[in-house]
Design a protein around this ligand. Structure first.
Ligand code: FAD
Ligand code: NAG
Ligand code: NAG
Ligand code: NAG
Ligand code: NAG
Ligand code: NAG
Ligand code: NAG
Ligand code: NAG
Length: 530
């Protein structure tokens, strides 16, 4: 206890006596890591060879690059991390946390590295990165249909392992295989079977968390409020999630997929408009999302809509269902394909026919690709002419994207306060907006971000208001950011209630208990409330 108090005191000293503070060097940090602390739990010596900076992550921090790295999405210049640590054991994570606390540097926990604003590997304050890449074992137990997953694993690794273990099990989570379970599950997790089984975070049954003192707790010992907060509140505010225990779900051996693609125009606007009425009302086995993007054919830019569908059943059942609920799409059985659930994951990633092993590829990079994303929730169908205006705006851009994902089903059956993710009953669908560009220049960024903000403004009459809803996993720093360690909770409500609505206050109270000194913080972490 004395040691905790002492290091807290040191932390304050380091944070507040600014003039005396200069960040530790890499050598100083390494020296702290290798010190055999008096606490008897620190007997495991650390092999420093494991600790080195590398450039697996998307921004290049290699030795030869300049000391600071910029990343367009963030609109700030990030410092270079003092160290990138890739722990091979939980004890090493503990050392990294305690040394960071002692030396007054921040921690960025990195799982899959897909954060939309780079918060898992960029910071304006001196920091280290704890990269969980070496802690990614997955243990499936078919007897109770659960899996323990270390949080450095990716969705692709999880899906692959499930598919190799069972033909009738799956996990309800996102589509892209290189997304990490560390960030994804703690931020919600939309996927193709969410209408039947809920979000990824709705399927968590236990979790192991390391807190600011390096103490590990599980569901039983952390208490239900903290366990609640981890399931959708963004774990980065509370500590480092070491592993999740999740409920696997049953899927039929055969599922059906189809895509139906159309060029935007009056007819298409009608189809998308119509989809709004049925997307969230359909049988829970049926997931139809809409992707609106540009295509370039014969030098001619046009806007197209793609209905991308998974049905948890065979073609025979799907066709009558579609004829009854969405005859406008004119689906025929020859447009559909039956496959296993894991093949449907490949299908949704445009990888049909490739070996399943491609799911294990963690190296999805955004080299030469920058983007800005935003999100909305829709409760009343948007008028048809709005899709006409969206088309007009899309035609101005090279690579804009909108993904409309249906809610309803299981998502709506869970009460708003049952988990931090609040966008439940009453929401028809989520919109994700994205615009991409290739040149990392301020001017270029400003141009595209301005376009995105203008589209977002244009959409404001048609989406949820007061607060306007947003999805944490599509992180958007435009909504507001913290101002350092002393950010007031009141100020943070501006963006916090967009992600969490009425659940934000409880998240603040949980934060106040588990991390009162606000050690685990970033531009959009939950400020402590007492
Ligand atoms: C190509 C792509 C496809 C996507 N597809 C989907 C989709 O289908 N459905 C969907 O819902 N979302 C999707 N997303 C969004 C994705 O869910 C979020 O970006 C998610 O937070 C990524 O998790 P990560 O572990 O990969 O990211 P990271 O950048 O590693 O982490 C994200 C945040 O979580 C924190 N964090 C990570 N691990 C831990 C841990 N163990 N303990 C505590 N905090 C931690 C980080 O510090 C950071 O704040 C997609 C994103 C991309 C880039
Ligand atoms: C020191 O060890 C004790 C007993 O294991 C533990 O309760 C305490 O949290 C540890 N202190 C630190 C600073 O890790
Ligand atoms: C660390 O301390 C423990 C207990 O005091 C001791 O047994 C161990 O040998 C020490 N390890 C090193 C590397 O000094
Ligand atoms: C440290 O790790 C490296 C690489 O894994 C290994 O070659 C070296 O022998 C290790 N050193 C010690 C002291 O264990
Ligand atoms: C790096 O960033 C820091 C803090 O913003 C700044 O003081 C420093 O001048 C920058 N260094 C370079 C080489 O840009
Ligand atoms: C799997 O779960 C069952 C039921 O909870 C339990 O009895 C068994 O020990 C578990 N198996 C393993 C390997 O953990
Ligand atoms: C980036 O930050 C600068 C200075 O804070 C601001 O003027 C500019 O509008 C920002 N650009 C974007 C795209 O947010
Ligand atoms: C944070 O708040 C404390 C107490 O109110 C104050 O002393 C300190 O100067 C503040 N620190 C910063 C960085 O603003």
């Amino acid at each position: 206890m004395r040691e905790i108090v002492l290091s807290l005191f040191l932390l304050f000293l380091v944070q507040y006596v600014k003039s005396d503070y200069s960040p530790p060097t890499r050598e100083q940090f390494q020296s702290c890591l290798s010190t055999n602390h008096s606490n008897s739990t620190f007997t495991n010596p650390i092999n420093l060879t494991n600790y080195k900076t590398d450039s697996r992550i998307f921004t290049d921090f290699s030795e030869s690059s300049s000391p600071n790295s910029s990343f367009s999405n963030l609109n700030f210049t990030s410092l270079k991390p003092i160290l990138i640590i890739k722990p091979k054991s939980e004890t090493e994570i503990k050392k990294a946390i305690l040394c960071s606390k002692k030396l007054g540097v921040q921690v960025r926990t990195l799982s899959g590295g897909h954060d939309y604003e780079g918060l898992s590997y960029l910071s304006q304050s001196p920091f280290i990165i704890i990269d969980l890449v070496n802690l990614r074992s997955i243990n499936i137990n078919l007897t109770d249909e659960t899996a323990w997953i270390q949080s450095g694993a990716t969705l692709g690794e999880l899906y692959y392992k499930i598919a190799k273990t069972s033909k009738v099990h799956a996990f309800a989570a996102g589509i892209c295989p290189s997304v990490g379970v560390g960030g994804h599950i703690s931020g919600g997790g939309f996927g193709t079977i969410m209408r039947k089984h809920g979000l990824a975070s709705d399927n968590v049954v236990d979790a192991r968390l390391m807190d600011v003192n390096g103490v590990i707790s599980d569901r039983k010992t952390m208490g239900e409020d903290l366990f609640w907060a981890l399931r959708g509140g963004g774990a980065a505010s509370f500590g480092v999630v070491l592993s999740w225990k999740v409920k696997l779900v049953r899927v039929p051996e055969k599922v059906t997929c189809f895509i139906s693609q159309h060029t935007m125009g009056p007819e298409m606007n009608k189809l998308v408009h119509r989809w709004q009425y049925i997307g969230s009302e359909l049988d829970e086995d049926l997931f139809i999302r809409v992707i609106i993007d540009n295509s370039q054919e014969g030098g001619q830019r046009s806007v197209k809509s793609t209905f991308q569908t998974l049905f948890l059943g065979g073609i025979d059942r799907l066709i009558p269902l579609m004829n009854q609920k969405f005859p406008e799409l004119g689906l025929r059985s020859q447009d559909c394909k039956e496959m296993s659930w894991i093949e449907s994951i490949m299908f949704f990633n445009w990888r049909s026919g490739q070996p399943l092993e491609t799911l294990l590829n963690r190296d999805l990079r955004y080299e030469d690709l920058y983007f800005k994303a935003k999100s909305d929730f829709v409760q009343k169908p948007v008028p048809e002419n709005v899709f006409g205006e969206v088309t007009k705006r899309f035609l101005e851009k090279e690579t804009p994207l909108m993904i409309l994902e249906p809610m309803g089903g299981k998502i709506s059956k869970i009460a708003e306060a049952d988990s931090p993710y609040p966008h439940r009953s009453g929401n028809l669908y989520n919109i994700q907006y994205m615009v991409k560009w290739k040149v990392n220049e301020i001017e270029e960024m400003n141009k595209h971000v301005r376009w995105m903000r203008s589209l977002y403004d244009y959409m404001s009459p048609y989406v949820t208001k007061s607060p306007r809803g947003a999805y944490l996993n599509y992180r958007d720093l435009d909504l507001g950011t913290n101002k350092g360690i002393n950010t007031s909770f009141e100020e943070a409500r501006k963006w916090g209630e967009k992600y969490f609505r009425g659940n934000f206050k409880k998240l603040g109270l949980v934060k106040g208990k588990i991390d009162p000194t606000n050690f685990f913080r970033n531009e959009q972490s939950i400020p402590p409330l007492f």
